[in-house]
Design a protein around this ligand. Structure first.
Ligand SMILES: Cc1ncc(COP(=O)(O)O)c(C=O)c1O
Length: 391
C-alpha cells in the first residue's frame, strides 16, 4: 500500500495544460506528462521557495550538483557525474539541440532511429543539418535494431541522436546494444548524443544503462542529456543537464549553450531538481510500481477485448505503442491512417498521438499515455474499444 495516492483524480481542466486544454472536454492520453501530483517533498520545497516572494536570477548552488551526483551514482552506477562535467540548461531539447550545433557543420547529417520522438525532427534543420533515418526493425510485435542499415547510415552521419529508453516504442536498450552502437559510431567518427530523459521509468528486467557507463573511448565521444522533469512529472518547470566526460567537448557544449542563450535556469527548476533527487526516491519507487500495474492492466484489458490491435511490450516509459494497422479498411490508403484514426478517436472524446508524427516508420501505430489514475486509464481504453469497433 503506497502512502502516495496515485488513484486520486485531480482536475487539470483550465490549468493551461497542453495535455488537457488543447482539446477541451476530451480524455487526453497524448502529451507525455502524467496526471499525478508530484512528490510531496517537491511541492513543499517549491512552496517554501514561493513563500520567499522574490524570484530574481538564480545561482546554481553546489547542492544542485551534489543532488545530481548522489542520485545517478547511487541509483545508476554513474560514478563521475558532478559539477565539473555537467551544464544546467532549460530542457533536454535545448541540450541536444546545442549538442548538434556544437558538433556539426551546415549540411551534415544527423542519424535517428525511427519511429522517434517528434521533437528530434525540427532540431536537425534548425541546426542546418539533414535528417538520416535508421528505421527500427519491427517483427512479431518486437522492435530491434537493423544493424546492417545502422552501419551503412553511420558512415554518412556526423551525429547519432539516441533516445534511451526509446520514445515512442518503449524499448530500454541493453548494455550490449548501446555498446555496439557506441563502437560503430566511434569507428566511423560519429559523435553520440544520448537523450536519457525517460531513464527512471523502466520495468522489471529492463534496467537503464547510462551511456556514460560504457567504455572510456565511447564515452569520450558523446554527451548525455538528463533531467528529472519527465519522471517526477515537473515537465512545465523546465530544467535539464548536459553531461560531457571529455573536457574539450564540455567546452564546446558550454559555448553552444551560451550561444543559444539557454544557460540561465529558473528558480523553480533548481529547487525542484534538488528536492526530487534528494527526497523523491520513495515516491519514485511507488510511481514505478503504479505504472507497472497500469501497464499490466492496459495490456490485459486490451487483450481481453480481443481487438484487432497488437500491443508492443513496454520495457520503459509510460507511453504504450499500439500497432493498429489491422484496422485499415480494404482500399483505404495506408498513408494518413494514423492521423485519420486519431481524428476518429476524438469523436469518442479520446486523444492519442498518431504514430506518423514520429516518422513514416510510425504510420499505422498510435501512442497511448498510461501515466494517469487507473480508472482514467480504463475509461480511456473503453472509449478506445468503442472507437475501434466503429472505425
Ligand atoms: C525523448 C524525449 N526527449 C526530450 C523531451 C522533452 O524534453 P524537455 O521538455 O526537457 O525539453 C521529451 C518529452 O517528451 C522526450 O520524450
Amino acid at each position: 500500500m503506497s502512502k502516495y495516492n496515485f488513484d486520486e483524480i485531480i482536475d487539470r481542466n483550465n490549468t493551461q495544460s497542453v495535455k488537457w486544454d488543447t482539446y477541451p472536454g476530451m480524455l487526453p492520453m497524448w502529451v507525455a506528462d502524467m496526471d499525478f501530483r508530484v512528490a510531496p517533498e517537491i511541492q513543499e520545497a517549491l512552496q517554501k521557495r514561493l513563500d520567499h516572494g522574490i524570484f530574481g536570477y538564480e545561482l546554481v548552488p553546489d547542492a544542485y550538483y551534489d543532488a545530481v551526483h548522489r542520485w545517478f551514482s547511487r541509483r545508476h552506477g554513474w560514478k563521475d557525474i558532478s559539477k565539473k562535467n555537467i551544464i544546467p540548461t532549460t530542457g533536454v531539447i535545448a541540450a541536444y539541440s546545442a549538442a548538434i550545433k556544437a558538433m556539426t557543420h551546415p549540411g551534415d547529417r544527423v542519424l535517428v532511429q525511427t519511429p522517434c520522438y517528434n521533437a528530434f525532427f525540427p532540431a536537425i534543420p534548425n541546426n542546418k543539418c539533414r535528417l538520416l533515418e535508421n528505421p527500427l526493425h519491427y517483427e512479431n510485435g518486437q522492435y530491434t535494431i537493423d544493424w546492417e542499415d545502422f552501419e551503412r547510415k553511420v558512415r554518412k552521419a556526423r551525429v547519432f541522436l539516441l533516445s534511451n529508453p526509446h520514445n515512442p516504442v518503449g524499448r530500454v536498450w541493453t548494455r550490449k546494444e548501446i555498446t555496439r552502437m557506441g563502437e560503430i559510431c566511434l569507428k566511423n567518427d560519429v559523435f553520440v548524443v544520448a537523450d536519457e530523459i525517460h531513464c527512471e521509468l523502466t520495468f522489471p528486467g529492463h534496467d537503464y544503462t547510462p551511456w556514460a557507463t560504457l567504455p572510456e573511448d565511447i564515452v569520450a565521444n558523446s554527451v548525455s542529456c538528463i533531467s528529472p522533469t519527465k519522471a517526477f512529472n515537473i515537465a512545465g518547470i523546465q530544467i535539464a543537464n548536459l553531461y560531457a566526460r571529455n573536457p574539450n567537448i564540455l567546452e564546446l557544449m558550454n559555448r553552444a549553450i551560451n550561444e543559444n542563450e539557454c544557460c540561465d535556469v529558473n528558480v523553480f527548476g533548481v529547487t525542484a531538481l534538488i528536492a526530487a533527487y534528494n527526497h523523491g526516491g520513495a515516491w519514485m519507487h511507488d510511481l514505478r510500481e503504479y505504472l507497472l500495474h497500469n501497464a499490466r492492466a492496459a495490456f490485459s484489458y486490451i487483450e481481453d477485448l480481443d481487438l484487432p490491435i497488437t500491443t508492443i511490450p513496454l520495457e520503459g516509459t509510460y507511453l504504450m505503442w499500439l500497432d493498429c494497422r489491422r484496422l485499415l479498411h480494404k482500399g483505404e490508403p495506408f498513408e494518413g491512417f494514423s492521423q485519420r484514426f486519431a481524428e476518429h478517436l476524438r469523436k469518442y472524446k479520446l486523444v492519442l498521438s498518431p504514430g506518423s508524427i514520429y516518422g513514416a516508420a510510425g504510420e499505422g501505430f498510435m501512442r497511448l499515455n498510461i501515466g494517469c489514475p487507473r480508472t482514467t486509464l480504463l475509461e480511456g481504453i473503453t472509449r478506445f474499444k468503442e472507437a475501434v469497433e466503429n472505425y
